[in-house]
Write a new protein. Structure first.
Lengths: 161, 133
């Protein structure tokens, strides 16, 4: 199994992408499968670290939480841009001590933080595991630390660690 | 695009509203890029276009072509996935370059590098043993 399909998730993802780009048919399923198996065996030569999905059933919940949060902060940032007279707004940096160590989990966290308007991933130190983010509308630092840690980090740690 | 009149009203309405929302968010993001004063504030504005700006237009496209062709057309999802996965790479590159420049100039507007390294200074001897609090 691991010899023929070293990265089953990658293979499945590539087949899915092939079928999405072309319309579904038996021929495309076969062709996509051949290409996906070949590509993931090429990928094995690079020896990337293998992500472990411990509790994948939490992924839909994380997706829903993130989608709603992104929608909410879209509205928040749009209102900040459209009201330039609001001079009480302060932007600033927040340093967040993380507990998440898994590389894939950190990559997903980077995608979440970046796709959310109003927060930007600035710097991360893998030795101290401290993340520096920039927040556009900074009211309280503790609130942001608690938000990132409780809302995303806990879920990510349950999924990946 | 030939049989637009064959589109039912609800689908036409949903498509129009979603395209308008997506376009408006992207425009607001562009205005924000122009209006904000500093680099670190400016990086937040285009995110409107890369998150729900893209998402909304892709969703409109999915509805439009799925209804028109009477079969699910969902390859637009890939656009959203690739934008979400690739934006952090550019953003981190830009942010770290800006941070490096500000620190090299001795600016006080950005936190010093010791902010992310402070745990090492405080707990240099905690490397061995378990990390449980």
């Amino acid at each position: 199994m691991s010899r023929v399909l070293p990265y089953p998730l990658l293979t499945a993802g590539l087949i899915l992408m092939w079928l999405l780009l072309n319309s579904f048919s038996l021929g495309h399923l076969l062709l996509g499968t051949i290409i996906a198996v070949a590509a993931s065996r090429v990928m094995a030569a690079l020896e990337p670290s293998k992500p472990r999905l411990r509790r994948w059933q939490l992924i839909p919940r994380l997706t829903a939480v993130v989608t709603l949060d992104i929608l909410r902060s879209n509205i928040a940032v749009a209102s900040v841009i459209l009201n330039p007279r609001r001079c009480d707004r302060v932007s600033g940096f927040v340093a967040i001590p993380l507990e998440l160590r898994d590389k894939t989990g950190l990559a997903v966290l980077a995608c979440i933080v970046t796709s959310t308007p109003g927060t930007a991933w600035i710097e991360y130190d893998s030795d101290s595991n401290i993340l520096l983010i920039h927040v556009l509308d900074l009211v309280s630092e503790e609130e942001w630390i608690a938000l990132i840690k409780n809302r995303y980090e806990t879920l990510l740690m349950e999924i990946f660690e | 695009m030939t049989h637009v009149e064959a589109l039912p009203t609800w689908a036409a309405l949903a498509t129009a509203v979603l395209v308008l929302i997506g376009a408006a968010l992207t425009l607001i993001g562009a205005i924000g890029t122009l209006r904000f004063g500093t680099f670190f504030e400016r990086v937040h504005a285009p995110t409107l276009g890369t998150s729900w700006g893209t998402g909304s237009i892709a969703l409109a496209s999915i509805i439009f072509f799925s209804v028109l062709e009477s079969r699910p057309v969902v390859h637009e999802v890939l656009i959203g996935v690739f934008i979400t996965v690739t934006t952090p790479v550019t953003l981190m590159l830009l942010a770290r370059a800006a941070l490096y420049r500000e620190r090299a100039e001795g600016s006080t507007r950005v936190p010093p590098h010791s902010v992310v390294r402070r745990a090492r200074h405080l707990g240099a001897g905690e490397e061995s043993g378990n990390d449980a609090p």
